[in-house]
Design a protein around this ligand. Structure first.
Ligand code: ZN
Length: 389
């Protein structure tokens, strides 16, 4: 039997991965503007012998490599975009683009997949088709890069049997691979509510319908959605993020508005909460004589890890880092656009420790942990080799 990739196989590649990671970090690009990053990635893939397709769903890049006569096919995805945040780290490779930084570690994700790409092209210890997906615009909500690549025919043009992706995970030790079967990250829906009352003089409330009072009772009633309606063994979040209304102390406003963020981990709870929000908001408003407009926007779906692909990825991770070294990841109430791929293909989204002392994602002093690079690259290489063995 041929030997599959080990952590040690990436020791010699670490210096080059560091150079790539620091280059990407110093030159971050915002969502939908990843032109130079995509060109950099394409150049590397071509140099290593990949068949490269550019501009898939915007600046998306797919590198394909076929080897042997195996008919299995795997896709692995990394994201490439940065955020509109001003970096405050004083590292020598800090962002050179004012107001833009890799504050979510997508520079690290891209580098690890490139590290695996170089190894797999050099060693060619697999039989089948490898599709490496470099995705733009992960950070912009539901109408971002994953959906754009899928709409541009990703799975028809580059068919795959399963898809894998990963995200760094602040709080867990660098290089620790965390797995969870089933739901991992939340669906994130947004609700905009506009209440129409009847404005007037603050001294004569009996002649008005005060939308601020109506809105207040709605805010309180919404607190019962999770506490009273969701199964106590499930979990969800309903947050009223904004509540705006009124212009002066002596005026009762004509209207007020609320906006909500809803996080759920199952389609059933997601549907239940939507029903409860409509019911509560409409009936509360009606009871006060107010009218209401509700705009319910579905965000990213749930990141749902397929049991079979997750068991496989867990096996590969355990072979790499040792028995008992792959903890179960707790549910993450954040969302991620990898979920759109998982709506089409079975697969698994993996988390990789970014250090216990890591700054939080999307903060100005965050940095991807370079100590995770070899683990991430080795994971992708071995996962591809094993899947296509
Ligand atoms: Zn991210």
């Amino acid at each position: 039997m041929k030997k599959f990739a080990e952590l040690e196989d990436f020791a010699s590649a670490e210096a080059e991965m560091l150079r790539i990671r620091h280059h990407l970090h110093a030159h971050p690009e915002l969502s939908f503007q990843e032109e130079n990053t995509a060109a950099f990635v394409s150049g590397k893939l071509e140099q290593w012998g990949y068949e490269v397709t550019r501009n898939v769903g915007g600046h998306g890049v797919v590198g394909r490599l076929r080897e042997g006569d195996g008919n299995r096919s795997i896709a692995i995805r990394a994201d490439m975009d940065a955020l509109p945040i001003t970096e405050v780290t004083e590292s020598e490779y800090a962002s050179t683009a004012p107001g833009i930084m890799h504050a979510c570690g997508h520079d690290g994700h891209t580098t690890m997949l490139l590290g695996a790409a170089e190894y797999l092209a050099r060693t060619r210890n697999f039989s089948g088709t490898l599709n490496l997906i470099f995705q733009p615009a992960e950070e912009v909500g539901p109408n971002g890069g994953a959906k754009a690549m899928i709409a541009d025919g990703l799975f028809e043009r580059f068919p795959c049997d399963a898809i894998f992706g990963l995200h760094n995970h602040p709080g867990a030790p660098a290089g620790t691979i965390l797995m969870r079967s089933g739901p991992l990250m939340a669906a994130a829906d947004t609700v905009n509510i506009t209440l129409h009352g009847k404005g007037g003089h603050a001294a004569r409330p009996h002649l008005c319908i005060d939308p601020i009072v109506v809105g207040s009772s709605i805010v309180m009633a919404l607190q019962t959605v999770v506490s009273r309606s969701v199964d106590s063994t499930e979990t969800a979040v309903v947050t009223v993020g904004t509540f705006n209304g009124g212009t002066a102390t002596n005026v009762i406003a004509q209207s007020a508005s609320l906006s909500l963020s809803v996080r759920t981990f199952s389609p059933e709870v997601r549907a239940l909460i939507k029903d409860r929000i409509y019911m509560i908001v409409e009936t509360q408003a009606e009871s006060w004589g107010a009218t209401v407009d509700i705009e319910y926007d579905s965000g990213h779906p749930i990141v749902f890890n397929a049991p079979e692909e997750t068991a496989f990825a867990t096996e590969v991770a355990t072979e790499l880092t040792g028995e008992g070294s792959v903890p179960e990841c707790a549910l993450i109430p954040g969302s991620e656009d990898f979920s759109h791929y998982l709506d089409h293909k079975p697969g698994c989204f993996i988390r990789l420790g970014n250090g216990e002392d890591s700054a939080a994602l999307h903060t100005p002093n965050y940095d991807f942990n370079d100590r995770s690079l070899t683990t991430g690259a080795a994971l992708w290489a071995r996962l591809a080799e094993r899947y296509l063995s």
